[in-house]
Structures are given as structure tokens and as C-alpha cells.
Design a protein around this ligand. Structure first.
Ligand SMILES: NC(=O)c1ccc[n+]([C@@H]2O[C@H](COP(=O)([O-])OP(=O)(O)OC[C@H]3O[C@@H](n4cnc5c(N)ncnc54)[C@H](OP(=O)(O)O)[C@@H]3O)[C@@H](O)[C@H]2O)c1
Length: 237
């Protein structure tokens, strides 16, 4: 059992990196809630603190998820905005993902889920985070949101644009929340063999999650506004 268990909410906690991070944090003794848009049997099997329904595409469901969570805990120490999509999830074919071939509704819907969703989620979490200890918002970005990396890598323009947008949203949040002593950190989890990363990826969700959990132990308010890799090294902007 961890000496000082943290109260943590993870979006996208039923599969991929979010599920493995939940598993790791629960094993370390933290109190972990999952936020998922449908039933969460894999998360529930971990024996976490509970789960709430949250669909990033639906603002009302985010508001309602935090009303529900507030019935279960008086404070949150860590919000992990892990859930995210790329154009494939919305049915975009391989030849309809570049900057001028992508359908405008796909381009917009990926921004809604990857940028607007985490912003609203963080906004709704603020009352609980303000009562938390060493509060941290960890936003799952990507190397493809880096201007330096994304300029030449990443076939899905909607995804690259969304993670760049999430980085700027995170910097705005970091500045606004500094007086509240809430840290906001952007994290690239590595190229990971989840459903999104695919089987060719060099790192497993378990390896990524274990490294991220170690990194989370090291983060303080002084790290707010950083864009880091899974191992707490700085990622280029
Ligand atoms: N895998 C990589 O190589 C990689 C690299 C860089 C960054 N990332 C980022 O890391 C994060 C986790 O990725 P992953 O690889 O674990 O992806 P994943 O296996 O595809 O899982 C995506 C998660 O997002 C959830 N989600 C999707 N749309 C949602 C919505 N509208 N509302 C709520 N939840 C929603 C999914 O829930 P359902 O189960 O309900 O679909 C699922 O739990 C993402 O933000 C991703 O962009 C991943």
C-alpha cells in the first residue's frame, strides 16, 4: 500500500494505456476512478474506486460525470486526460487523412474529442482538484503534436493538429491554474502497441504505463507547462 494514496481519475480507462495505467496505480495503492463512455468491464475487474460515464463528445455527459464523482469523493489529486482518438476511429480511410483529403467533419470531430473534451473535463474537475493535494492534470499529448516532429511525421492531419491544439490548451490551463497550485503537464506516452499504436509499436501498454506511473511520482508544480515523454525527459515543442 502506498504511504499517501492519491485520488485519481483516468479517462479512457477501459483499454489501452489508460487501462494499464489504472492497473499500475491501483496496484500501488492509489484510489482510481475510471471515466468511460460505456460499460467498463476490464477497468471494473481491477477493483478501483469506481467508474463514471463520460463521453468526450458530449459536454452534458462530462458535467454529469463530475456531479456523479462529487458524490463519491470530496477531492481529486490527479486528473489523467488519457482518452483520445484519431481519424480512423471516425471511419477515415487511409487516403482520406492528409491535410487536404480529410473530410471537414472528421477534422472537427477529432478536435472536439482530443482538445475540447479534455478542456471541458478539466474545467469540470476543478472544484475537486482545488481541494486536492499537489494537484496534477496530466494531458496525453503525442510526439505528433510537436511542431518539430509533426511537420514531417504522422499521416493523420486531424490527429497531429489536435495534439498540437491540446498542447496550447494545456499551456493556457497551466498559466490559469498556477495560482491554484494545480500543475498541468503534457505527456507523450511513447509509440505504444495499443489499438491506436498498432502491433508494430516498440513499447507495450504495460511498459508505457509503468514508466508514466514512475514519472507521475516525480512531478510537482515546478513541472507545470512541461511537455515530457513517458520517462520524464523533455519533449521538443
Ligand atoms: N498508442 C500510441 O502509440 C500513442 C502515441 C502517442 C499518444 N497516444 C495517446 O495516448 C492516449 C491513449 O491512447 P491509447 O493508445 O491507449 O489508445 P486506445 O487503445 O485507442 O484507447 C483510446 C481510449 O480513448 C477512449 N475514447 C475514445 N473516444 C472517446 C470518447 N468520445 N469519450 C470517452 N473516451 C473515449 C476509448 O474508449 P472506448 O473503449 O469506449 O472506445 C479508449 O479507452 C491517447 O490520447 C492517444 O492519443 C498514444
Amino acid at each position: 500500500m502506498n504511504e499517501s494514496p492519491r485520488r485519481v481519475l483516468i479517462t479512457g480507462a477501459n483499454r489501452g494505456i489508460g487501462l494499464e495505467l489504472a492497473r499500475r496505480l491501483i496496484a500501488q495503492g492509489h484510489l482510481v476512478w475510471g471515466a468511460t463512455r460505456s460499460d467498463a468491464p476490464a477497468f471494473d475487474a481491477l477493483g478501483g474506486a469506481g467508474h463514471v460515464r463520460l463521453d468526450l463528445a458530449d459536454e452534458a455527459s462530462i458535467v454529469s460525470a463530475f456531479a456523479d464523482l462529487a458524490q463519491q469523493t470530496s477531492a481529486l489529486d490527479t486528473l489523467i486526460n488519457c482518452a483520445g482518438i484519431d481519424g480512423r476511429e471516425l471511419g477515415a480511410a487511409a487516403d482520406r487523412r492528409s491535410i487536404f483529403s480529410i473530410a471537414s467533419d472528421v477534422l472537427l470531430d477529432v478536435q472536439r474529442i482530443n482538445v475540447v473534451g479534455p478542456v471541458i473535463t478539466t474545467r469540470e474537475a476543478l472544484p475537486l482538484l482545488r481541494r486536492g493535494t499537489n494537484a496534477l492534470v496530466l494531458n496525453f499529448s503525442s510526439q505528433l503534436g510537436s511542431m518539430e516532429v509533426g511537420a514531417t511525421m504522422g499521416s493523420d492531419a486531424s490527429y497531429c493538429i489536435s495534439k498540437a491544439g491540446l498542447n496550447m490548451a494545456s499551456l493556457k490551463a497551466a498559466a490559469d491554474l498556477r495560482d491554484d497550485r494545480i500543475a498541468v503537464v503534457m505527456l507523450h506516452p511513447g509509440w505504444v502497441s495499443s489499438d491506436m499504436g498498432g502491433s508494430a509499436a516498440p513499447m507495450s501498454p504495460v511498459e508505457s504505463a509503468e514508466a508514466i506511473a514512475d514519472t507521475m511520482d516525480q512531478l510537482t508544480l515546478a513541472d507545470s507547462g512541461r511537455f515530457i515523454r513517458w520517462d520524464n525527459t523533455d519533449h521538443p515543442w
